[in-house]
Design a protein around this ligand. Structure first.
Ligand code: ADP
Length: 453
């Protein structure tokens, strides 16, 4: 690997010959190797301008995305490569990482096993351990009025009572989303319009989807959840149709919460590939959001989520669109205890000390804690079967699994966030995130103690 002086020289050389593709590519790769992810991304983008179809550059860009938790963006970048049958195994491996980041374990496992079968040197035991095989659901039958990718309106059985901690987040959602609908007169009196979109952002697994679903339950509204990458991944002509059908479905089911996950996917497309078509899609998305006819979206509340808010185009953040950003933080110790309590509540339990488990799970998000509880329950089930009687779950069961578990990448996420927002908060857009960036929030131990963020 290059030392810092070598890297500096390389940067200089690239600055002096900006059109030298091999040089820029080399610089980008070195930056990636050294973990300067944001800068690597910039360099790969610059190289992509010089050579738009270059598979190595696209793969490099995708890796920079994956390592910055921008999984939707990574999948979008990789899509043209994945579509080619003989793609490089490394591309499949990157797709596996991105799919896992998006929670698609089955899809990730398929990509991973395919990549390793073709290049065994890519085997990654840590990754493989997180890919328990799952059955692939059958594709739903196609009906013209439903979107092609099979989104469905559901009745949400969860409410804010099922979301532990996050009091500040719930309060701001109540104010932004629920009160305007529940008490429209009050809001009208202050000249505020109901509706508008809210963008939830935060590390993967912190509970954005869970929160959106709970907001629907709290409102008694239908819930439609859409991965934006699902819409975009359809071949060209269908994307527009899908988007339109999705909004129409939401309007038919009003009151409805329409939830778009991975909105960063749209941003990645816009800047890199298929410019003209993507621009058209972004415009259509914004037009649907604005409501083609007046009051078209009455009773439709649009929520969106992303792990990579810094990729979201400013056009999305204009008034009346996603003008409200809400940070969904990693849970602190008391929130972790509360999440564990909720996750365990309908299991057979001994007397539980959730605080003790919360103490050893610094850096875990809700999704990690769910994994811990699921694994502890599995073990207990096996023990109960051999004992021939039901054994209750104990604090120790949770502690044992927790201590053997590595949390997902909250720390890395905060590091990435720091790079992006530290010097870019003039507008105050990142105010909620700032205390986490400079380490003033979320710490559970003493100041300066190990294990905090
Ligand atoms: P994200 O959308 O931010 O990636 P999810 O909403 O998918 O994260 O969270 C993963 C799982 O973790 C949820 O299904 C839920 O079971 C659990 N979880 C996360 N946060 C909470 C919370 N605050 N209270 C209860 N469960 C939570």
């Amino acid at each position: 690997m290059l030392d810092d002086a070598g890297l500096h020289a390389l940067r200089e050389a690239a600055r002096l010959s900006p059109d030298n593709l091999p040089l820029r590519r080399h610089l980008a790769e070195q930056l990636l190797t050294k973990g300067y992810l944001a800068e690597a991304e910039t360099e790969f983008r610059a190289a992509l301008v010089l050579s738009p179809q270059d598979p190595d550059v696209i793969a490099g860009l995708a890796e920079a995305f994956v390592r910055q938790s921008a999984y939707g963006a990574a999948l979008s970048a990789l899509e043209p490569l994945l579509a080619a049958p003989g793609h490089a195994p490394r591309v499949g491996l990157l797709a596996a990482r991105a799919l896992l980041g998006e929670g698609d374990v089955a899809g990730a496992a398929r990509r991973y096993h395919d990549a390793v079968a073709r290049d065994p040197s890519l085997a990654d035991p840590d990754l493989a351990a997180r890919l328990t095989p799952q059955p692939v659901p059958a594709a739903p039958p196609y009906a013209p009025e439903t979107p092609l990718y099979g989104a469905e309106a559901e009745r949400s059985g969860v409410t804010f009572a099922d979301v532990a901690g996050m009091e500040a987040v719930k309060e701001s959602l109540r104010l932004k989303l629920l009160l305007p609908v529940q008490q429209p007169e009050l809001f009208a009196a202050f000249g505020k319009r109901a509706g508008g979109g809210v963008l939830l952002y935060g590390p993967p697994g912190a509970g954005k989807t869970h929160l959106a679903r709970a907001a629907a339950g709290e409102l008694g509204a239908a819930f439609i959840s859409v991965g934006l990458a699902d819409i975009l991944d359809m071949y060209i002509g269908s994307s527009e149709r899908n988007l339109r059908a999705t909004f129409e479905m939401a309007r038919r089911h009003r009151p409805c919460v329409l939830f778009f996950d991975e909105v960063d996917a749209l941003a990645a497309r816009r800047s890199d590939m298929r410019q003209a078509h993507t621009r058209q899609l972004v415009n259509q998305f914004l037009a649907e959001l604005d409501g083609v006819e007046e009051n078209a979206n009455e009773g439709v509340l649009v929520l969106a989520a992303t792990n990579a808010p810094w990729y979201i185009d400013v056009a999305f953040r204009r008034p009346g669109r996603f003008d409200q950003m809400v940070f969904v933080p990693p849970p602190d110790a008391s929130a972790r205890a509360a999440i564990l309590r909720i996750l365990c509540r309908d299991k057979p339990l001994a007397e539980m000390d959730y605080d003790a488990v919360a103490k050893v799970t610094d850096g875990f998000v809700g999704a990690d804690l769910k994994g811990v509880v699921d694994r502890a329950v599995e073990t207990k089930l096996r023990q109960s079967i051999s004992a021939g009687r039901p054994l209750p779950l104990t604090t120790n069961d949770l502690l044992t699994v927790a201590q053997a578990t590595r949390p997902t990448a909250v720390k890395e996420w905060l590091g990435t966030a720091r790079n992006y927002v530290l010097h870019a908060n003039d507008s105050g857009a990142w105010d909620e995130l700032m205390p986490w960036i400079d380490g003033k929030a979320g710490r559970t131990g003493k100041k300066g103690s190990k294990g905090g963020w």
